[in-house]
Design a protein around this ligand. Structure first.
Ligand code: CA
Ligand code: CA
Length: 467
């Protein structure tokens, strides 16, 4: 654990924000291209990209005065670690009961936060087509089982994050007959598919304020009745169900400023948004710039999953292209290189990776044989690392992940830690973090030298602590 004065924390935050370069064009790679890119494991080794120097930034919405370290409140000494507490096939079993039975293990492993799947009644068993928001009986179990699991997790010292899906909603019997809470059809955006299909008897005068989603009715978040209803529901989730914070699903789906207003009106211990844009792995800067811009738009109050780091890291591991992990300014290439305090890093999630007991989604998986290289990187680097349930509990590497988590905490590595990259080339990457921890991934040799103790190692990774 590190003790830091408030001023020092502020300086770290400022240092983290200022390098964000000015906005560039949003990446134009489609989701399909992105998936194809990820699957090109056998592709020829490309030439290292010539990245221009980042332009120091004065974005329109400087977050400096707005920013608060809300993430730290869910942490133990700033080394916050998160667990994604489900996968795509979790609905097949009594998941809330399983979580309750594992609560002690989750807490003692050192997870500060767990993210649960969407728990409202839904038109799909996974929960991402929410129907009756106040009905918390779902394929994962009953409301009573959910509340009981959350109580057990709280007793184990773990905060619980709800998956908030409000970009869209489905009707109770038809396309847009919303009950519990009741919303009129003026809750539906004017450009939703149900208007064209003449399945709504009415709709809002406003078009979507973000991306649309074809499988559910896109909601008009400018509608004051909708806004009040969502805020009331989220506060009920806190008070009645016991949730502590929010994971914002499909945050590209509507105006970030309204999302931030909801977040403010139902204040979380921790909040993180899913912003999953297409990535050109040979030019990742526009991708992480878009994450910075979104965080700024939301007033700097909500973190973002670091999809840039995920994409660059797995590409590096596929072909040994570890030069990808160092940007033109010598920093990490993902969001953690520019705004680490707002980055939630991960190796895979329920959409990108494999799931246990079924085919799952598996849209953009990390190379499975090298999964521990991924964890050796994110658990030794800044940001808030998020461990994926199947990796920890089902893949036989839980002990290795747990060891890395202990080293992170022992060395006091946290959201704003400083990375000094020692090697980034074909076959190996090495860095010293905060002067206390050294890490190497890849098959190439590297050692921090005298005065360091080898503290964890496995397939193509090693971690040392300063002696
Ligand atoms: Ca829609
Ligand atoms: Ca939308």
């Amino acid at each position: 654990m590190r003790e830091k004065s408030a001023l020092f924390s502020t300086l770290i935050v400022l240092a983290s924000i200022l390098p964000c370069p000015a906005a560039e064009d949003a990446p134009k790679t489609s989701f399909t291209q992105l998936v194809e890119e990820a699957h090109k494991s056998g592709s020829p080794v490309p030439t290292p990209p010539a990245l221009g120097p980042g332009v120091p930034a004065q974005s329109k919405d400087q977050p400096v005065l707005l920013f608060k370290r809300s993430g730290a409140s869910g942490s133990r000494g700033g080394s916050t670690i998160m667990l994604q507490g489900f996968h795509w096939e979790s609905h097949q079993s009594s998941w809330w009961s399983l979580l309750e039975s594992k609560a002690g293990e989750i807490g003692s492993a050192g997870f500060d936060i767990i993210w649960l799947p969407p728990s409202s009644d839904a038109g799909s068993t996974e929960g991402y087509l929410p129907r009756r928001l106040y009905v918390q009986d779902s394929a994962y179990g009953s409301m009573q089982a959910l509340k009981s699991a959350i109580r057990a997790l709280h007793s184990a010292g773990v905060k619980v994050i709800a998956d908030i899906v409000v970009n869209h909603r489905v009707g109770t019997n038809g396309w847009a007959d919303f009950t519990d809470p009741p919303w009129g059809q003026d809750a539906v955006t004017s450009d939703d598919e149900c208007v064209d299909a003449k399945q709504c008897s009415g709709h809002s005068n406003n078009p979507d304020s973000g991306l649309s989603y074809g499988a559910g009715r896109d909601i008009d978040h400018a509608n004051p009745n909708v806004q009040a209803s969502i805020v009331q529901w989220m506060n009920w989730l806190k008070k009645e169900i016991g949730y502590d914070g929010w994971r914002w699903d499909f945050a590209r789906g509507f105006d970030a400023k309204i999302l931030a207003a909801y977040n403010d009106a139902a204040p979380p211990a921790f909040a993180v948004a899913e912003i999953w844009d297409g990535l050109d792995v040979n030019n990742p800067d526009p991708h992480r710039q878009a994450l910075c811009d979104w965080i700024n738009s939301a007033g700097g109050k909500v973190s973002a999953f670091d999809f840039t780091t995920k994409g660059v890291l797995q590409q590096a591991v596929y072909n040994g292209e570890y030069w990808r992990l160092k940007d033109s300014q010598g920093k990490p290439s993902g969001l953690i290189g520019w705004w680490p305090a707002k980055a939630v890093t991960f190796v895979d999630n329920h959409d990108t990776g494999a799931s246990t007991g079924g085919s799952g989604q598996n849209h953009w998986p990390f190379p499975s044989q090298e999964i521990m290289q991924g964890y050796a990187y994110i658990l030794t680097h800044p940001g808030v690392p998020c461990v994926y349930w199947p990796h920890y509990f089902d893949w036989g590497v839980g002990d290795q992940i747990s060891s890395l988590m202990r080293l992170r905490r022992t060395a006091g590595i946290g959201e704003g830690s400083t990375v000094a990259i020692q090697a980034a080339e074909q076959g190996r990457y090495a860095a010293i973090v905060d002067g206390r921890l050294a890490v190497k991934i890849g098959w190439g040799d590297w050692s921090p030298g005298a005065g360091w103790a080898l503290s964890a190692s496995g397939r193509n990774y090693a971690v040392w602590l300063k002696g």
